[in-house]
Design a protein around this ligand. Structure first.
Ligand SMILES: Cc1cc2nc3c(=O)[nH]c(=O)nc-3n(C[C@H](O)[C@H](O)[C@H](O)COP(=O)(O)O)c2cc1C
Length: 351
């Protein structure tokens, strides 16, 4: 049989199945959605296989072992993002999903035909074109967030003009963690690909860091002597550029915080699902998004006693007590809500 003939037969078979209400799941679309889902540091630690209409996702530890992925907290949140992506891609074709988590930071996802096709095709398109934005923002009105879908999970938004100065100071201090903690700096430099334009590889291209060419060059030089960076970050005149960059990124930024009632793996996954859902919704409204994990997932680590042993006392206090108190005030949280993931939101200056 020629290729044309078999393509023709496939199309006819699908038309016939559609006519009698027996649809096939397009696995390629699901995989495209998985490929486009964010992962911490672009480590892409997940592997997936199909068993009929069941999708099995699990984590390859070799890609997930990272100083900033303590107790797999970042991976569980990223898995939640993956599950939301699968759901969007399935709904788009008229399928629903049912998910069972597995202990190896994985999930078994089953697909069921739904009577309703999600008419908002936009969502899948936005998911496939989504990127992490690390640049500056222009002024914008407060984004609208969706009412949350997951029990116990909440999404809170703080508008750019209501950001308190304690929050700004906390964000700057949280950013310095990357430079002061030597192993964190090493992990960061390991994940950056300097002056490499290939988009599909693991790791983050230096041009996607949201800084100019000169700053990329400075970081490149520091990647050979990260210990020097941990020294100069303590010296006010020399750290000015780094602190200034953190402050510049906050200009015109709104913030979205996802909280949960508990910090177990199940809650982290559901927080990831909710964050991804809000992220796509924000992209639909024309906003761009960047996770601020140093100022949020570290709070999860501190609250669950998972900060690395070499963490300086200053950061233990920051992430265990000072940060949670500031987020509580900034987002007006009720006492049961525990911060999980913070996202910076705004309109890109590029457009
Ligand atoms: C759990 C998690 C944590 C992340 N934390 C950060 C972060 O702190 N800062 C950041 O710029 N990007 C963060 N990202 C985004 C990834 O770096 C990004 O998805 C990856 O580099 C791929 O780029 P893309 O989103 O543009 O496709 C995070 C993503 C996930 C899923």
């Amino acid at each position: 049989m020629t290729e044309n003939n078999s393509e023709f037969l496939k199309t006819k078979l699908n038309e016939l199945k559609d006519a009698i209400g027996l649809k096939t799941l397009n696995q390629e679309i699901i995989e495209m959605a998985l490929e486009k889902t964010p992962t911490g540091g672009n480590t892409k630690p997940f592997i997936w296989t199909w068993s009929k209409n069941q999708l099995l996702i699990h984590q390859d530890l070799k890609f997930a072992t990272h100083y900033l992925n303590r107790n797999q907290h970042t991976s569980w949140i990223a898995l939640g993002c993956m599950i939301k992506s699968v759901e969007i891609a399935a709904n788009d074709q008229g399928w629903e999903i049912q998910t069972k988590l597995t202990t190896d930071v994985g999930a078994e996802i089953s697909f069921f035909q739904s009577r309703q096709i999600d008419s908002k095709k936009e969502k899948l398109a936005k998911l496939l074109s989504r990127t992490t934005y690390r640049g500056l923002f222009e002024p914008s009105s407060e984004p609208k967030i969706l009412p949350t879908e997951q029990p116990g999970i909440q999404a809170h938004v703080s508008c750019a003009n209501s950001i308190i100065s304690d929050f700004k100071n906390f964000m700057v201090s949280a950013d310095t963690y990357l430079w002061i903690q030597k192993k964190a700096a090493l992990s960061f430099f390991n994940e950056v690909r300097f002056f490499d334009h290939r988009i599909s590889l693991r790791g983050i291209r230096s041009e996607d860091l949201g800084v100019g060419l000169i700053d990329q060059l400075i970081l490149y030089v520091f990647s050979f002597v990260p210990w020097l960076l941990s020294l100069i970050i303590h010296i006010p005149i020399l750290n000015f550029n780094f602190k200034n960059a953190s402050r510049r990124n906050m200009k015109n930024a709104h913030y979205l915080l996802v909280t949960a009632q508990s910090l177990d793996s199940n809650s982290l996954v559901r927080a990831g699902q909710e964050a991804m859902r809000q992220w796509i919704n924000l992209e639909e409204q024309g906003y761009k998004v960047q996770p601020c994990s140093l100022a949020s997932i570290t709070l999860v680590d501190a609250a669950t006693n998972c900060l690395p042993l070499d963490t300086h006392q200053k950061f233990r206090d920051l992430f265990r007590f000072i940060g949670p108190d500031i987020l509580r005030r900034q987002f007006n949280l009720d006492p049961a809500a525990q911060p999980i993931w913070l996202l910076r939101v705004g309109r890109s200056l590029k457009n």
